[in-house]
Design a protein around this ligand. Structure first.
Ligand code: ZN
Length: 194
């Protein structure tokens, strides 16, 4: 069944889809097609109740990410103060130019790995360098859920999924679920439609 909102259906690629394993290409120029893609991806992210979506998850191997991170539990980083009021936000050719050396472990999930949640260890703070949809360049330190979301989404641009970052023990525990999701995805061409 295809669910529609405003006459529109949304599709997200799921684990097993080759596009999720590619190194995405930089966005060359921010034109109408890029703005249209960002707007559709924000629609899909909201419709699937995600807080972030990377273009490869939408079937486009491009270095573009949309995020809509909720406020209310900030870590006090300057990036949260600057960016949370501007959600939803589109990041063009985003990069992490610095990561703190610590390990902060929290559960993560992913629209491309439906229904699976597992703890992932990541630096608690990163410095994000990115262009925004209006052409503005930013470089700012991001922590808390925003910092984690940015790291998760940027991984997608390099063909990485959060299930690649689990401890050996957790990876063993979810292996059966990942195999099952991959098999289910195969019959649906690795796509979830809504
Ligand atoms: Zn994801």
């Amino acid at each position: 069944m295809i669910f529609q909102k405003n006459g529109k259906s949304y599709t997200v690629c799921t684990v097993g889809a080759p596009v999720l394993r590619e190194i995405a290409a930089p966005v060359a120029v921010i034109d109408d097609s890029v703005r249209q893609l960002a707007s559709e991806m924000i629609g899909a992210m909201h419709y699937f109740n995600g807080i972030g979506l990377a273009a490869p998850q939408y079937g486009k191997s491009l270095r573009l990410v949309v995020i809509d991170v909720p406020g209310g539990n900030e870590s006090g980083s300057p990036g949260e103060a600057m960016l949370l009021p501007r959600m939803p936000l589109t990041l063009i050719n985003p990069e992490i130019v610095f990561a703190s050396g610590d390990c902060d472990e929290k559960d993560e999930g992913c629209l491309s790995v439906p229904g699976l949640y597992a703890p992932v260890c990541r630096p608690s703070r990163v410095v994000l360098r990115s262009q925004l949809l209006d052409g503005e360049f930013i470089e700012i330190e991001c922590g808390g859920l925003l910092g984690r979301c940015i790291q998760h989404e940027l991984d997608h641009l390099d063909g990485k999924l959060f299930i690649d970052r689990l401890s050996p023990k957790n990876a063993r525990e979810v292996r059966g679920d990942v195999d099952r999701l991959t098999r289910i995805g195969q019959t649906k061409n690795f796509r979830r439609n809504k």
